[in-house]
Design a protein around this ligand. Sequence first.
Ligand code: DQA
Length: 152
Amino acid sequence: MAAEPEEVRIAVVHGPNLDLLGQREPEAYGRQTLAEVNQQLADAARGLEVEVEAFQANGEGELIDFIHDAASRTAGFLVNAGAYTHTSIALRDALVGVGRPFVEVHLSNTQAREEFRQRSLLAPKAVGAIMGFGVESYILGLNGLVSHLRRG
Ligand code: DQA
């Protein structure tokens, strides 16, 4: 009997302060909690026949350690790096260093906000970036990443 094809696994990386979703600046980030975002991602993943593994941390080092650790079991990363998007060369180096494609997502439209949010250190290395659609940004990003991976 032919072996089942191995399931594609995507790691979702949530950066600093995203643990506060639901209570944090709801006018910018909506009222859904991180648990609800992860549930929606798991539901969407089931429809796409992929698996998602979600991780959140507030520290840059913890996020980098997770990326290093998860890379060997992960086809690609879906990343909302929060404020580190705008500041962290180390996070960019980690994502590039593990050699897996990644898609950048943001709940808010960072291009329509303060100037310091308009620059992303990650986007030039990403497959693509999706922003401004609230939780839907993650779902659109997941779809884009999976299409990218399936195109080969
Ligand atoms: C964010 C945008 C960032 O500028 C901000 O620091 C966040 C959330 C977003 O999802 O809209 O923490 O990444």
